[in-house]
Design a protein around this ligand. Sequence first.
Ligand SMILES: Cc1ncc(COP(=O)(O)O)c(C=O)c1O
Length: 352
Amino acid sequence: MSKFWSPIVHQLTPYVPGEQPKINDLLKLNTNENPYGPSPKVITALQAEAADTLRLYPDPNSDHLKSAIAQYHGLQSNQVFVGNGSDEVLAHVFQALFQHAQPLLFPDITYSFYPVYCRLYGIQSDTIPLNGDFEIDVDHFIRPNGGIIFPNPNAPTGIPLALSQIERLLKANQETVVVVDEAYVDFGTESAVQLIAQYPNLLVTHTLSKARSLAGLRVGYAVGHADLIEALIRVKDSFNSYPIDRFAEAGAVAAMRDVDYFQKTCAKVVQTRTWLVKALQDIGFIVLPSGANFIFARHPLRDGEWLTSQLRAQNIIVRHFKKPVRISPFLRITIGTDMESERLVTALKVIV
Ligand SMILES: Cc1ncc(COP(=O)(O)O)c(C=O)c1O
């Protein structure tokens, strides 16, 4: 606490990221990183960027990157916004599109950064409870609001929401912006990007941190109607003109273009997920259906916090949320390589 702080700082409850411990022989399954490295073409592009040109500022508009993203999704460049990780993109979304008289709506169990941005930007919000199966019930979002946001698949549950449900919501809610946070969509969930042409109030956010193995590079983006993108650009240009540095742009362009590598690594993660779900069910775990690169699982006879600490004693780190109480029995486990998943199952067999 300091007398020098702005009043708002006293009221903030910052987001707590999953830890990044420095321990040897660590099996890190807590922050949903990809177990496979980025495309070799990304590494080549980054090496080429380590040059004299670093004395120059990067392109403030990231034109090459916007064009690579637009091409990948079959959109125009003016339908794309890029930022320093999708967290930064989301921050701008909250400020540019959600500061209204009515409350923003998001699920009660969801990405815990959303309430943090609400506090930072003074946005009122109402949380909409997931149903008894931890699913988003679209009907409950159809009510007056200042905007709607949810991840698909949801985090930390991993449960996907059908595109038909998203379209139902969009049909019923045309006066405010609906943001679908597709951080994990490439691991088997249907993307809402195809609905952008029909719904000018739909914004879809993506990250290169998960499916494109680039959490260390910090690149995320949003796609939607050019008017929504313009709002984000106005906020960005009032905050930081150069959120995408020269390495980030070169690496992200190469990653977006290497579709073959991206599809192969995603397919491998999905294949390992199928194996892991079955292996955990065989030792008594209940696993929620996942369309993500992580699973949400509980054991009917074992406490979530206890399981997490037992795994930790074996240098295996998973993510546990004490709150809300409804999810405290669960572990959120990132899908690793086959060998890593086997190590996890071997450890859990002994623990349970
Ligand atoms: C649902 C969701 N959205 C967005 C992000 C942010 O990703 P990044 O800032 O790495 O792009 C995360 C990160 O874990 C996430 O889980």
